[in-house]
Design a binder for this molecule. Structure first.
Ligand code: EPU
Length: 419
């Protein structure tokens, strides 16, 4: 039996919503904690399925994991390096961070290929290239990677694509390496700064995180520490888009506005009424918005993770809008689901063309991936009638208590069990 989400559309939202800790930072910080010699307390951990999966992996590695409110205390003192070949590895993408962390700590890791949302091909060749440059030998056989090194040595690594995952994974592998590692064309996403901050709090020597050149001087020892996770910029963006679509007035709190400037400036260009505070954003009803063109780019450009929710808003905007995803050319499954609900969207290679405004009607749709799920929740709120979303486990992987937060804002949303 799996959950389905049902939403009765047409109820305008009002009130305040607090954004949880960043999913994509959390899923890197949890594996990073195993590099420490003592307990690491991470505060602001979102309640999402990916955290449960990573905790399960930590327990397989004999780490002590304690959950207390929004805190996760990870004690790797009695840790044992174990082959990670269980099914849970394939439930999410971020299990790949155990590659860098275990390779860094033990010089050996054996694990299954990670899973995660299907957004088109998602190779990990740059992660592997980085580990090899540090002196590791990598073998891939029967769906499992074996990565080992007697002693990792610092190296200069140029990433052909500024990959978030490869940047963090190489950083983790390099913290104990002998000498200096330089990552060039590194990704600059805020989650990378957060991961480097945690590692530095543990005693690592990482400089330049948030720029495209990151330098890591290897150290002998890392210790436990306390760390607070940054707010989730994608959850914040999702609520801001939702507010622009169907709120009279909504305040989104626990936001770092700088992290979502590409979105807020795009929404203002569309005519949205946003009041940007120090750590909150107030969205007021601005009536009908006009369409726009969006091209996703690595940070600080427009986030690929927000193009799917934005597409729902564009179905309600005047005129023709084009969304081009340069990060994942196949991240358009949400469009077919939105079409089922009445949207006028044409798809061509790596691009969607949306003609608005069109009324949306409640229907049975599928959350084919996490952000498709977010796009469909917004569509459900806007639609005439009841929308039924299946495969909501994708949504639960990345949105903390989405039903509760929406109910508090006046949304009519509930769960049922389905075969
Ligand atoms: N790429 C390669 N080779 C590699 C690594 C990446 O070709 O070895 C390509 C990818 O195929 C993609 C581009 O480089 O075209 C960027 O991928 P990146 O490695 O930056 O993505 P990721 O680390 O796998 C993270 C987030 C994604 C988010 C992307 C882009 C996590 C766990 N995931 O993925 O988040 O879309 O960065 O910002 O941090 C989501 O939250 O919904 C999500 C999918």
């Amino acid at each position: 039996m799996r959950d389905i989400i049902k939403i009765e559309g047409g109820h305008r939202l009002n009130g305040e919503v607090r954004v949880s800790g960043s999913k994509n930072a959390t899923v890197a910080l949890i594996p990073a904690a195993v590099l420490a010699g003592g307990p690491v307390t991470i505060s602001g951990v979102p309640e999402i399925a990916d955290v449960n999966s990573l905790s399960e992996i930590l327990r397989m590695l004999n780490c002590d994991v304690t959950e207390k409110a929004e805190h996760l205390i990870i004690d790797p003192t009695n840790m044992k390096n174990t082959d990670l070949d269980a099914e849970v590895i394939t439930k999410l993408r971020a299990s790949y961070y155990f590659m860098g962390a275990l390779l860094g700590k033990y010089g050996y890791v054996r694990m299954k290929m990670p899973g995660g949302c299907y957004l088109g091909p998602r190779p990990i060749d740059l992660h592997i290239k980085g580990f090899e440059a540090l002196g590791a030998k990598v073998e891939y056989e029967k769906g499992c990677y074996t990565i080992q090194a007697d002693q990792l040595k610092g190296a200069k690594i140029f990433l052909d694509i500024s990959s978030v995952g490869a940047t963090i994974n190489i950083m983790m592998a390099a913290v104990y390496a002998k000498g200096r590692t330089v990552i060039e064309n590194a990704a600059k996403e805020p989650e990378i700064i957060d991961a480097a901050t945690l590692l530095n709090n543990m005693g690592a020597n990482i400089k330049g995180a948030g720029t495209n050149v990151i330098t890591i001087e290897g150290v002998e020892e890392l210790h436990g520490c306390y760390h607070e996770i940054i707010p989730d910029r994608i959850e914040a963006g999702t609520f801001i888009i939702m507010a622009a679509a169907c709120a009279d007035e909504m305040k989104i709190t626990n936001v770092i506005p700088k992290h979502i400037e590409a979105l807020t400036s795009k929404l203002q260009e569309m005519g949205a009424d946003l009041e940007i505070g120090i750590d909150s954003i107030l969205v007021r009803n601005a009536g009908r918005l006009h369409g726009t063109d969006v091209t996703t780019k690595p940070y600080p450009g427009f986030a690929t993770d927000l193009q799917q929710p934005l597409t729902t808003l564009l179905t309600q905007a005047d005129g023709i809008s084009e969304v081009t995803d340069t990060i994942y050319s196949e991240r358009f499954k949400h469009c077919q689901e939105l079409q089922r609900m009445g949207a006028n969207i044409e798809l061509s290679n790596g691009k969607s063309v949306i003609k608005g405004p069109t009324p949306l009607y409640g229907d049975k749709v599928t959350a084919t991936d996490l952000r498709c799920g977010a796009a469909l929740v917004i569509a459900g709120l806007l639609a005439d009638g009841v929308t039924e979303i299946s495969d909501v486990y994708h949504i639960d992987r990345g949105y903390d208590n989405i039903d509760g937060k929406l109910k508090a804002l006046g949304g009519v949303i509930w769960r049922e069990k389905a075969e």
